[in-house]
Every structure is written in structure tokens, then in C-alpha cells.
Design a protein around this ligand. Structure first.
Ligand code: ADP
Length: 870
């Protein structure tokens, strides 16, 4: 180390403490990075890598970003899961003896971002801490630094930990170094989170008041671990942190992460985006806070009837109070993100504009209360009464701030006149001074007769009187003292000008200084209100979600669900909420669903693409909507309260996303079977499909029997194994239903209508035949199928793998054939094949289906369809 220059030595010393972060080392107007940080960052950020002398023989790699543009670069690194330590000069370089003192002032990590792109308005950004007390007990604490929300829970398996972290969309987990390495590995691999090591977990005095709801000493440890990390990395006031809420995942409906994904609750499977999800359908919230709460509610449906009814009643009231709801929506639109504003006030990074936003938001609250008071409902009145408009704060902000303050807080222009007498005096002085100068200019022009005479200002000479060279001879004044000669003019000063100048400049300087001080004072005053603002924000967001439910329910003609204590589930004219919205409601075919003590399981058969999985999901989504307190898409709905929902979708769907393995299918099935109770809802879509026919069928049957006899959960089971429909005779609570398909003018039409009983044994190829696919093709498909079935019977002579592959193909052939029928319908529009048609038919004929993987088949079909569509 000795060979390095003192500055590099200083760098290395700081860097040693922040090994896992990029160290942004402040040098003048730049943040510089050195050594390995520089090499890595230059690649990640695509900035030029240079080098500098640092005292040793070799040059040190270096790269840097300008101070004013650093935010964007920091965001990029954080987005990639890295951390950034900000190291600032902490003494005035002019006063420093030797190297300027520098210190890390903040460590920014994926879980602790406070601003920028990383922070979505309608999403929380949780940092979690995890403690393993034993194999069966884990403590998990989570904190959203931007909103100040904190919570803790205990979980009884690693799977649950993973589920919870996935639900909270945690990007960073704080652990102790001695946490089991397999757990660490799993966290990294399965959830791709950034792991941060923190050792200190003793309770710090400042945080104790936040832990009043946490009694178990183990949970206090994990909360302390989280707070220690926040304290160590953020190095600033965290006054906005809210008391830790102790929650229990078993007090909500549980839906594991796979099922959440399958049901597309908050994002779609394919695009991973919000669009197309239940959240997207529901999001009629008007505020960012409401948007975040909506997501939390969807993630955690309720299981206590009184809580659900409370929400439903408020939604019902809001539906019937149409005009009040419209007004409420208008008011809410004007309410900014109070929760995050409060966080930034505590953090010390609000500016005048933020406080104006706060003022405007608070100004809406009395109106909001007034609107709500017109609604006659006990629950809503209670909520309204709890809303505290923080009037003194509104008043203070109204008096203190101008309407359009600048972005910076160091150049004045924020504080309103009349707020502070001394500030007003300086302002007068400055303003009068300027008027005086304008007057002087006019007088001097008149007196000297020089029209082009002007008074200007620059930083070096201050105020001056400028006269062009051509006019100099007209000047005859001993008070004019020459200050500066330029190419075509001369600049002068006079004693009066100097005197006024001093006054103006001093007033300006004092004004800016005083404004800054007043602003900080104002910020401190706002800080006092943080808990009240947070409370207000909770109530406003609840109202927002309730009005959102009312708005969607009314718009989409949903009904209030009736929650039953018995085993009945009755949906009349039920719809899949998202498919209905996407499709244009006219085409959607509503379906009934009836389940009860005699009908606990429905075995659903029907051709591919007929609507089996849509039907199953519709039932699950309806149950979830009901339990979050929203009305549901049906003409009538009666449901029990489910404790858990499990789903497993067919392997074929996974093939598209490229991640299918039969193992995943079985793991998900196991998850459902081991955790479901008779209060649960299970959806199994084409289970057993990922393996050979007999294998798959055997498994499917065994699973059905197991659920039927041992669990008694309400179950919807769709299958292409027609053979399974005989189970209805053996299993008392199992009933067959099927999706209807009819032949119309020689074509198959899927009615998407669920009917009692099993479908007749006609799937892919049969349907394809009805759809008049070329006879030759049908014949060939039948041959292939026959061959495969024969081969299946001589199982011994085949290796298992081969067979699995072939059977999969057979299944896919069926499915493709069914899909081809759609295509055929399109081709069949003109009775005489055109040359384009015959080309396409020719291409079809050439397909060697046995040699194709399902994915190939899908692609080929896609290409053909494209041609037809042209
Ligand atoms: P399956 O599971 O039987 O293969 P899906 O449930 O995936 O079929 O449905 C296939 C398509 O049929 C859906 O994407 C949807 O467009 C349409 N569909 C399904 N159910 C309905 C319905 N009830 N009304 C109208 N269209 C439907």
C-alpha cells in the first residue's frame, strides 16, 4: 500500500470496507472508480476506461461519471443487482491539510433505493432479512424504505420462505454469514436476489419503539438484523420507519408462487408484465398508494368472513353512491404519494416542489371528507371519522410556500411573501435596488443624451455603466470611473452605483441563505407530522382500493358474492374476468359451476382449445376476487371461503415457455397434495400429460383418488384421458362435465359451454375430420396414432425415454390437429381451392409429424397460419 499516493491509499482504505459495492469516490465534479471497480463498471455502464498514476509502477485503471449525471449510472448498476457506495468529500478542500477527508455517506442497494426508475409508483420495494432458527422455523422481516412500512412473520419451511419472498418481490435479502449455504444458494438461484451480509443484530435503542408489536425474541432478532443493516448503510435519519407489523401468513388465503403465476394474478406468464393480469383488470385506483395496496390485497386474500363482508359492504355502498364516487375519484386524483413523500421528508431529500405537492394533497382532504360524509354507511363513516386532514400542516405549507418553487433548494425563490419579516426586508432591499438601477439608467440616458447607454452586471466587476466608444466624447462626468475597456465600449462605475450594488448583493445573499434555513426549518416541522401523514395515507389508500372495486364491479356488471359456511359453490353465468375483458364481452360464453358435498370434484373433458382451462381459472379467480372483497363476474355467486388455492397447468403450456419438465409438474402436484385441506381449491389442468399415456393416466387417476378419499378439497380436474371419465362410477363425489363442441355445416364449432357428463370420445383427429382436413392427412394421423398405441403395448421393447417422447408427440399431434381445424375453417371459406390454398395443403401434407417436436409443430402451424391470414 505504501507505494501508492496518499489519495489512492485513502481510496483503498474506504474500499476495504465496501468490498461488495462499487465505490463512487468523489473527486471534484466527478465520481471516480479505480482498479477492478473501474474495469467492471466501464463495461457495465459502457463508459471509457482510462488510467492514472497512483504512485506504483503500474497505472491504475480508472473510470468516472460526472456528479450531476451520477443518478442514471447508479440506477443502472442497482438494476443489475449491484450496490453503490457514495463516498463524498466531507471537508472543504480549501481548508484541508493533505488529502481531503472523504467518507461513505450512503450505500445504495437494490432493496434500499429511494428514487428513480427502480421505484415504481404502484409497487413496493421491499428489503428483507432472513433468519433460520431451525429447519422448521424461519423469521422473515421486510421493510420498504421508500414508504417506511415494516413487517415480520415466522414461516415453517423453506418453501414458504421462497413463496413469501416471491410474493413481496424482494430484490435483496439481508442474512448473517453463517446462514446455511444451501439456503443461500437457493435464494440466489431460485429468486435471483442480492444477498447482503450483516452481523449486528442487537437491538438498538432508536428502533425499540418500532418493535412494540413484536414479542417473540426470535422475531425481534430478525427485525434487529434488518434495522442494523438499514442503519449502517443509510447513515441518516430514518424517522419515517413505521412500527413493525407482526403478520401471519396463515391468516390469509394462501396461494403459492407457482399458482399465483399460473393464475396470472399480478403479472402474465408470457410477458411477465402487468398487462393481462388480474391486477391490470382491477386497477382503477387513482393514487400510487392505492395501487400498492391493491397489489397487496390481491397477494393476500382474506379468510375471515367478517373482514371480507366489511369490504364487500363498503364496495356495495360505493357502487350505489355513483355521484359521490365520481367526485371521490376526482379528489383522489389530486392526492400525491403521501407515503413516499413522508419517507423523503425523513430522508432529507425533498425540495420545494415536493412540499407543494404535499400541500395540494392535503388541501383535498377536507373535500374528500365532505364527500364521504354524504354517504350513509356505518363502515364508511368510521373510516371517514378517522381521516385526519392535518389542518395545521396544510395551513403552514400554504403560508410558507410559493406555488411554483424551483427544483433546487439552495437558490431561494421558495418562500412566500409575508411568511417571514426579515426575509421580506431583504427582498424589498433587493427589489428596490433593482428598481433604483433601472431608474438610474433612464436618468443617465437622459442626462448624457446617449441612447445606447446601459447598466449591466457581471460577476467580476459587479454593476457597471456601459458606453460605446462612438459615444465616449459625449461623456463629460467626473463621477464616472473607468473600470474596463472592451473592443467597442468602455465600462464605468460611480460611487452611488457601488453603494447600491453592495446593498443589492448583500440582500440577495442573505435572502438565499435565509430561505434555505427557513426551508430546512419547514422540513423539520413536516417531519413532526410523519406518523399522521402515514396514517392518513393508509386510510386514503384503503378508500382508493374500495372505490376501485366499486368502479370495476359496476362497469363489468359483477355481483356481490354470498359467502357460505357449507360446501356449496354455485356460480350462475360465471365469466373469466380477464378473458372477458380482453375478448369484448359480447362473445364471451358465461358458464355455471355447481359444486357441493355430493360434487366435490369435477372431471372436465373436451377438445383442446374448447375452454377447459379458462373455465377452471374462472372459478379460482372468482374465489380470489370474493375473498379480497370485490364483487365477482357472475349473475349469481355463492362460495365457501377457501383457505388455499393450488393450480397446476398442463405441461404443453410450459413447453411454449421452454421450461417444462415432468419433474416440475410432479413437484407442483406434490405441493398441492401435501398442503391442501378440505377447505382448499385445487385446479389440475391436464396433469400427467408430460409423460407417456399409461404412465400419465395411471398417475392422474391415483391423484384424483387420493384427493377424493384423503383430502376432500374442491377440485377441478381437466384431462384429455377420456378413460378417466369412468371414475364417476367409483368415486361418489366426482362428477363428469365436458365442454360442448358441435358440428355445424360440416365444421366443428366450440361453444365454450360446460355441460354435465363426459364428452364423447372424440378428440383431435376426430375433430379434425369433422373439420374436413384433407382425407389423406386424417388417414395418416390415424395410422400414426394406431402405431403409437401398439408400440405402447409392447412397452418392454422400448426404452422409457423414447416412449415418453413418442407419446408426447402423439398428444401433440392430437392437439395440433384440433388447432389445424381452425386453420381449415379459414381455408374452407372458398369452395374451390385457390392455388394459394393448394400450396398450403401441399405444405401440410409434407409435414413429417413423427419427426417433429411439439415446438416445431407449433412453429410450422404458426407459419402456415400467417400465410393464410395474409
Ligand atoms: P383448453 O383448456 O380447453 O385447451 P382454453 O381454456 O385455453 O382451452 O381456451 C381456449 C380459448 O378459447 C381461449 O383462449 C379463449 O379465447 C376461448 N374461450 C375459452 N372459454 C371461453 C368462453 N367461455 N367464451 C368465449 N371464449 C372462450
Amino acid at each position: 500500500m505504501k507505494q501508492y499516493t496518499p489519495m489512492i491509499q485513502q481510496y483503498l482504505k474506504v474500499k476495504a470496507e465496501y468490498q461488495d459495492a462499487f465505490l463512487f469516490f468523489r473527486l471534484g465534479d466527478f465520481y471516480e472508480m479505480f482498479f477492478e471497480d473501474a474495469t467492471k463498471a466501464s463495461q457495465l455502464l459502457e463508459i471509457t476506461l482510462t488510467s492514472r498514476d497512483g504512485g506504483s509502477t503500474e497505472k491504475i485503471p480508472m473510470c468516472g461519471v460526472p456528479y450531476h449525471a451520477a443518478a442514471g449510472y447508479i440506477e443502472q448498476l442497482i438494476d443489475l443487482g449491484h450496490k453503490v457506495a457514495i463516498c463524498e468529500q466531507t471537508e472543504d478542500p480549501k481548508q484541508a491539510k493533505g488529502v481531503v477527508r472523504r467518507e461513505v455517506v450512503q450505500l445504495i442497494t437494490p432493496g434500499t433505493v429511494m428514487e428513480g426508475k427502480g421505484l415504481q409508483d404502484k409497487e413496493n420495494n421491499y428489503l428483507a432479512a432472513l433468519f433460520a432458527f431451525s429447519n422448521e422455523t424461519y423469521g422473515l422481516a421486510a421493510s420498504d424504505l421508500s414508504t417506511g412500512e415494516n413487517k415480520v412473520t415466522s414461516l415453517s419451511s423453506l418453501d414458504e420462505v421462497m413463496n413469501e419472498l416471491a410474493t413481496l418481490q424482494v430484490k435483496e435479502v439481508v442474512i448473517q454469514a453463517n446462514l446455511d449455504s444451501t439456503i443461500q444458494h437457493q435464494l440466489r438461484e431460485r429468486l435471483a436476489v442480492t444477498l447482503s451480509i450483516e452481523e449486528g443484530n442487537s437491538e438498538q435503542e432508536a428502533f425499540i419503539p418500532l418493535m412494540q408489536n413484536v414479542n417473540q425474541s426470535e422475531l425481534r432478532q430478525v427485525v434487529s438484523l434488518l434495522f442494523s443493516y438499514l442503519h449502517r448503510t443509510q447513515k441518516r435519519s430514518l424517522d419515517h420507519l413505521q412500527p413493525v407489523e407482526h403478520y401471519n401468513v396463515y391468516q390469509f388465503m394462501r396461494i403459492d408462487q407457482y399458482s399465483k403465476r399460473n393464475l396470472e394474478l399480478t403479472e402474465t406468464i408470457r410477458s411477465k408484465g402487468k398487462k393481462g393480469s388480474l391486477l391490470w383488470l382491477l386497477d382503477e385506483t387513482m393514487t400510487a398508494m392505492g395501487g400498492r395496496l391493491l397489489k397487496q390485497w390481491i397477494d393476500r386474500p382474506l379468510i375471515q368472513q367478517d373482514q371480507i363482508e366489511r369490504r364487500l359492504t363498503m364496495v356495495q355502498t360505493l357502487i350505489s353512491s355513483f355521484f359521490e364516487r365520481q367526485e371521490l375519484r376526482e379528489q383522489l386524483k389530486e392526492v400525491y404519494d403521501l407515503e413516499r413523500l413522508a419517507g423523503r421528508v425523513a430522508f432529507g431529500n425533498v425540495n420545494g416542489r415536493d412540499l407543494v405537492q404535499l400541500k395540494k394533497s392535503l388541501q383535498q382532504i377536507p373535500l374528500l371528507k365532505q364527500i364521504l360524509s354524504q354517504i350513509n354507511n356505518q363502515e364508511i363513516s368510521e373510516l371517514t371519522n378517522n381521516i385526519d386532514p392535518c389542518e395545521e400542516l396544510t395551513d403552514l405549507l400554504e403560508r410558507a410556500l410559493v406555488d411554483h418553487p424551483p427544483l433546487t433548494i439552495k437558490e431561494g425563490g421558495m418562500i412566500q411573501e409575508g411568511f417571514h419579516a426579515e426575509l421580506d426586508t431583504y427582498r424589498d432591499a433587493s427589489r428596490n435596488g433593482k428598481t433604483w438601477i433601472a431608474n438610474l439608467e433612464r436618468e443617465e440616458k437622459e442626462r448624457t443624451g446617449i441612447k445606447s447607454l446601459k447598466i449591466g452586471y457581471n460577476r467580476i466587476f459587479g454593476y457597471y455603466i456601459e458606453i460605446t466608444k462612438a459615444n465616449l466624447n459625449a461623456l463629460d462626468d467626473s463621477r464616472y470611473e473607468r473600470k474596463q475597456t472592451l473592443a467597442n465600449c468602455e465600462r464605468f462605475i460611480t460611487p452611488e452605483l457601488k453603494e447600491k450594488e453592495a446593498m443589492i448583493l448583500q440582500a440577495n445573499e442573505k435572502m438565499v441563505e435565509l430561505e434555505y434555513a427557513l426551508f430546512l426549518e419547514l422540513r423539520e416541522s413536516v417531519k413532526e407530522y410523519i406518523p399522521r401523514l402515514q396514517q392518513l395515507s393508509h386510510l386514503v389508500s384503503e378508500l382508493d382500493v374500495l372505490q376501485c372495486f366499486a368502479t370495476v364491479s359496476e362497469m363489468r356488471h359483477y355481483v356481490r358474492p354470498i359467502l357460505t359456511k357449507g360446501r356449496e359453490l354455485v356460480l350462475k353465468d360465471g365469466r373469466h374476468p380477464v378473458v372477458e375483458k380482453v375478448m369484448d364481452s359480447q362473445e364471451y360464453v358465461p358458464n355455471d359451476c355447481e359444486m357441493n358435498a355430493e360434487r366435490e370434484m369435477l372431471l372436465i373433458t373436451g377438445p383442446n382449445m374448447s375452454g377447459k382451462s379458462t373455465y377452471m381459472r374462472q372459478v379460482a379467480l372468482t374465489a380470489i376476487l370474493a375473498q379480497i372483497g370485490c364483487f365477482v363476474p357472475a349473475a349469481k355467486a355463492e362460495l365457501p371461503i377457501f383457505d388455499q388455492v393450488f393450480t397446476r397447468i398442463g405441461a404443453a403450456d410450459d413447453l411454449i415457455s421452454g421450461q417444462s419438465t415432468f419433474m416440475v409438474e410432479m413437484l407442483e402436484a406434490k405441493n398441492a397434495i401435501t398442503h391442501a385441506t378440505n377447505q382448499s381449491l385445487i385446479l389440475f389442468d391436464e396433469i400427467g400429460r408430460g409423460t407417456s399415456t399409461y404412465d400419465g393416466m395411471a398417475l392422474a387417476q391415483a391423484i384424483i383418488e387420493y384427493i377424493h378419499d384423503k383430502i376432500g378439497a374442491k377440485t377441478l380436474f381437466s384431462t384429455h384421458y377420456h378413460e378417466l371419465t369412468v371414475l364417476e362410477e367409483e368415486l361418489a363425489q366426482l362428477k363428469n362435465v365436458h365442454v360442448q363442441a358441435v358440428e355445424q355445416n360440416g365444421r366443428v364449432v366450440f361453444l365454450h359451454k360446460i355441460k354435465e357428463g363426459a364428452a364423447d370420445k372424440s378428440y383431435g383427429i376426430h375433430v379434425a375430420e369433422l373439420a374436413e382436413l384433407p382425407k389423406e392427412l386424417i388417414k395418416r394421423a390415424n395410422e400414426i396414432l394406431k402405431g403409437l398405441e401398439e408400440k405402447g403395448q409392447q412397452q418392454e421393447s422400448h426404452t422409457k425415454n423414447q416412449q415418453v417422447k413418442e407419446e408426447q408427440v402423439a398428444v401433440e399431434v392430437e392437439k395440433e390437429a384440433a388447432q389445424l381445424s381452425f386453420f381449415q375453417e379459414k381455408v374452407a371459406v372458398s369452395p374451390e381451392p385457390t392455388s394459394k390454398d393448394s400450396k398450403i395443403i401441399e405444405e401440410l401434407r409434407k409435414f413429417d409429424l413423427l419427426e417433429m417436436t411439439p415446438l416445431d409443430a407449433m412453429n410450422a402451424l404458426y407459419a402456415l397460419q400467417k400465410k393464410v391470414k395474409k
